[in-house]
Every structure is written in structure tokens, then in C-alpha cells.
Write a protein that binds this ligand. Structure first.
Ligand code: NCD
Ligand code: ZN
Length: 352
């Protein structure tokens, strides 16, 4: 058998992305727009994007920067940050404005999540409206109680939040974002749903490529620290199985999350890996190592739009098996960001 040296696929979308705001947009948008046609834009700004009016304004700033950068053919898909006080009325506005869904951050779970939901019961009227209108709920699936071990937070979330929520709202469209454990992969794989496109999960490149040893390899590695935190090898293997299984419930979401170098290399470093630089190359490594390159296109380009009931893209892109060097750092407005794999190589690069 001859080794595959290039892959051409329908242009992918990124179903979970942080691009931040202001001066940073100019530096991160080109990386994503080079590879992806659309991306779900996370609303965890400071202050968070909690209303359709704020989402429209944020979309406007992203579009203005795309235009200023001469980028065409990239569409930001906006989301709203769910709070204890989001009125059910906002759900109808979301539908009308073409906002893609609501993001649930348990309060305190991750970067800029202090305005998040303190008790999901506070959101029941809004969730009821979302179920009725077919508006997806994107969940950061971790409990945040201090007494729960940080490596168990996702598994505990499944039992104490997700499963009861799905029982109360069986038709609510849910995306379990950036899953990191065998429990989550198996839960999503095995869950019974009445309809198609009710439950799905996104998986990041870092959780497919690394286990938790990568955070401590020869010393503390802040650039491999994200939330939910990397887990044991057995969990990584379960995620690779899920991503490469051809199951439409699993699709691509990078969770690329730029932070200034100084805020990562810090006595209290921020969570988030910057993968947008060559995310597709990272994912291609995963599918190649699993001998499933033939399933890469569906994971990257089909199952996401199918779940969100959006058309698949029609353009194609090509990746070559040509190693790409990852810079030690990349400019980020007044500062720099250290990308994942900085100073090393990624086995696949996008054809220019
Ligand atoms: C994200 C960020 O920096 O905004 N960080 C991360 O580690 N993934 C927030 C998030 O998605 O949890
Ligand atoms: Zn995220």
C-alpha cells in the first residue's frame, strides 16, 4: 500500500472557536479563515455576549476586520452566553437573527465564565423555549464544585447535569463541547434519542493528540493547559475511537483559545491552547495515525453542518503530507501568542 501524500476534502467548519475581540481579531481570524468556511464563535468576552443585540454588534466587528484584512468566504456563526437571567423571549430573537445557539458555562468553569449559570434550574423556561424553537444548547460540560477532583468534573457533569437535563428536555438539541473522557465519548455514542440531530459532541485536536502527561513533560507546560484539562491515555484513545468511528454525533471543534504568552507563562496561567495556526494539520495526524484518513472529511466537513441543519460547504481544500514548522510565537496585537507545537512541526500542511 502506498502512503497517502495528499487529501482533498470539502471545506471544513470549526464548530467551537474563540477569536476574542478588538485588536486581537486581526491576528487570529486569518488563521481560521484560511482553513474553515464557518466557525461557531464563542461568546465568553468580557463582558459576555448575552443578548442578540450584543451578538450582532460582535458579528459586525468580526466582519469589519475580515473586510479590512481582505478575507472573503468566511462566515462567523454567533452564539449567546446563557445566564441565570436570560429571558425566554431572547430565544425567539435568536432564531430571527440567525444566531446559532446558546452556550452554557457553569459559573466559574473556565476563562471568563463568572457570569455563567449557577443552577441550571434557573434556565428552565429559556431551555423550554429553545427546545420548542430548535435552538441548540452548547455546553461546557464540567461541574465546578471545589470538592470535585478536576479530572472528574466532566464525568460528574454527565451524571448530575446532562442526564437529568436530557430527561427533562428530550428534544432539546445539545452539543457536548470539547469532550475529554471515555465517559463522555461513550455517553454520546450510546445515548438514546427520539430524533436525529439531538445530541452531538465536538472534539479538539489537543485532546486527540495528547494525554495529561503533556502538561508535565520535564516541567510544567502551560501551553498544553486548557479546560477541560487533558486526561489519561485511556481517555485519549476513547476520543480517537469516537472521532474516527464515522459516527455523525462527533465532529470538529478546535476550541482554539488564544491568550497572550505572559498570561499563560504566569503564576496563575490561563487555560486555552492556540491551535488555529494549523488545526487541520493536527487533526489529519490523528486520522492518519488511526488509519482512518478516509473518515476525516465527514468528521471535519459533514457531520457539523448536518447537526446544525446548515448546508455543507461546496468548495474543497487540499492538505499535503509536508511537514510545517510551527513558529515559536505569533503576533497577537501588542503581544504574542505561543501556538500548540511551537518550535516543532505538524506533519500536514494546507496547500496554498
Ligand atoms: C477557553 C478560553 O480561553 O476562552 N479556554 C479553554 O481552556 N478551552 C474557554 C473554554 O472554552 O473553556
Ligand atoms: Zn472553548
Amino acid at each position: 500500500m502506498t502512503a497517502v501524500t495528499s487529501i482533498t476534502l470539502t471545506q471544513p467548519d470549526d464548530w467551537h472557536l474563540h477569536v476574542r475581540d478588538g485588536d486581537v481579531l486581526k491576528y487570529v481570524l486569518p488563521h481560521t479563515a484560511k482553513q474553515f468556511a464557518r466557525a461557531i464563535i464563542m461568546p465568553n468576552l468580557r463582558p459576555p455576549v448575552t443578548t442578540v443585540a450584543l451578538a450582532n454588534a460582535y458579528r459586525g466587528r468580526i466582519e469589519a476586520q475580515l473586510k479590512a484584512s481582505g478575507i472573503t468566504g468566511f462566515t462567523p456563526l454567533m452564539t449567546l452566553y446563557l445566564t441565570d437571567n436570560t429571558p425566554a423571549e431572547e430565544v425567539r430573537k435568536v432564531r430571527e437573527a440567525g444566531v446559532a445557539g446558546f452556550k452554557l458555562y457553569p459559573a466559574g468553569a473556565t476563562t471568563n465564565s463568572d457570569a455563567g449559570v449557577t443552577n441550571i434550574k434557573h434556565c428552565y423556561a429559556t431551555l423550554e423555549a429553545m427546545q420548542k424553537e430548535g435552538v441548540p444548547l452548547l455546553m461546557h460540560g464540567e461541574v465546578t464544585h471545589a470538592e470535585i477532583d478536576v479530572f472528574d468534573r466532566e464525568a460528574v457533569f454527565i451524571d448530575t447535569i446532562l442526564e437529568p437535563l436530557r430527561r427533562d428536555f428530550p428534544e432539546l438539541k445539545i452539543v457536548f463541547e470539547h469532550i475529554t473522557t471515555r465517559q463522555a465519548a461513550h455517553y454520546v455514542r450510546d445515548a438514546h434519542t427520539n430524533n436525529k440531530n439531538t445530541l452531538a459532541a465536538t472534539i479538539t485536536p489537543q485532546h486527540l493528540l495528547m494525554n495529561r502527561n503533556a502538561i508535565f513533560a520535564g516541567g510544567i507546560r502551560p501551553h498544553n493547559y486548557c479546560l477541560p484539562v487533558l486526561k489519561r491515555e485511556e481517555h485519549r484513545l476513547a476520543l480517537v475511537d469516537a472521532a474516527t468511528s464515522g459516527n455523525p454525533r462527533f465532529f470538529l471543534g478546535t476550541d482554539s483559545a488564544p491568550h497572550a504568552k505572559g498570561l499563560k507563562e504566569n503564576s496563575c496561567g490561563c487555560a486555552g491552547c492556540y491551535t488555529a495556526f494549523n488545526a487541520l494539520g493536527l487533526y489529519a495526524e490523528v486520522f492518519e495515525a488511526a488509519n482512518q484518513l478516509n473518515r476525516f472529511e465527514a468528521f471535519a466537513s459533514f457531520y457539523g453542518p448536518d447537526f446544525y441543519l446548515m448546508p455543507r460547504n461546496t468548495k474543497t481544500i487540499t492538505l499535503h503530507k509536508v511537514a510545517q514548522k510551527v513558529p515559536e510565537e505569533l503576533p497577537l496585537a501588542e503581544t504574542v501568542v505561543v501556538p500548540l507545537r511551537a518550535g516543532e512541526t505538524i506533519a500536514w500542511s494546507l496547500a496554498e
